[in-house]
Design a protein around this ligand. Structure first.
Ligand code: HPA
Length: 285
């Protein structure tokens, strides 16, 4: 289950062979339901995940599994259309490859998106929640293993993982788009089962505002590697026990589809403002 550092290096060599001129400044990871939310990015070239060593094809419906080399508003971007999850059973390597590629190619920022279940009372299906912090309840950590200096210090500090400046920018963008601004704590569980109602009550008591099965591992890795991290959840449903209906992945995707115009507008406006954000970035060590 440990990250295979050799495969990570091979992934970077493979992408560098195909795209020797790539110099992404940012990465964007599209989660469940977000598949079409980044079509404002102009694609220069694409590679299927299945061709990239260590990454492999996505096994989850609604995750295309394509890496696109793109550009918009002067920001060269690696767009990860679909994510690999720990619950897919292939260990941490496929989860780490996108972050390793960004680090290798010199990107300064990773923006993560996902679908999540809402726990806090004011979070309704279709709402967007900016991550202010997280609870890692996956029961593991992608950084477990021999210490690799590319992932920063042995004991990375997490007191400011999700950069506040991105949250402030998003607050302004939401206001301009007339979207209610919500931010909160995202609890990551391993999945692939949804939670029981008792687990959701526990998560609420622990301070979680929303729950999902992703995002936290990539955020940990990117932060450790010295990238700025921002993340946004589309609340796809009220978490188990908070509403009468049962949960299904199909419903999750459909709710996010309905929110698609908003998801797209937020990302496009964020990318317009990214050059300022990147200028203010501390140099990556
Ligand atoms: N729980 C976990 N992950 C999810 C949910 C949920 O309710 N909705 C979308 N992803």
């Amino acid at each position: 289950m440990l990250m295979d550092q050799h495969q990570l290096t091979q992934a970077a060599e493979f992408v560098a062979q195909h795209w020797p001129a790539a110099r992404p400044r940012a990465g964007l990871m599209l989660g469940s339901g977000w598949d079409a939310a980044a079509d404002f990015l102009r694609i220069r070239a694409s590679l299927p995940y299945s061709d990239i060593p260590g990454l492999g094809a996505s096994t989850v419906a609604g995750h295309s599994g394509q890496l696109h080399w793109c550009e918009a508003f002067g920001v060269e971007t690696f767009l990860f259309q679909g994510r690999r999850h720990f619950y897919e059973g292939a260990g941490w390597t496929p989860v780490a490859v996108p972050v390793y590629l960004l680090k290798h190619f010199g990107a300064q920022l990773l923006f993560l998106t996902n679908a999540a279940g809402g726990i806090r009372d004011d979070l309704r299906a279709g709402d967007l929640m900016v991550l202010s912090d997280h609870l890692n309840l996956i029961g593991s950590n992608p950084l477990i293993g021999p210490h690799e200096p590319c992932w920063g210090p042995r004991f990375p500090d997490l007191s400011r993982l999700y950069v506040p400046s991105l949250g402030h920018r998003l607050a302004r963008i939401f206001q301009a788009l007339d979207i209610p601004f919500r931010s909160g704590v995202y609890a990551a569980l391993p999945g692939p089962t949804y939670e029981t109602p008792a687990e959701v009550r526990m998560l609420r008591a622990l301070g979680a505002d929303a729950v999902g099965m992703s995002t936290v591992p990539e955020a940990l890795l990117a932060h450790a590697a010295g990238l700025k991290v921002g993340a946004l959840s589309c609340i796809a449903n009220a978490a188990a026990g908070l509403q009468a209906q049962t949960l299904s992945h199909q419903d999750v995707i459909e709710t996010s589809q309905a929110a698609l115009p908003r998801l797209r507008a937020v990302l496009e406006n964020l990318w317009k403002e990214l050059p300022d954000e990147l200028v203010s970035t501390q140099p990556v060590a």
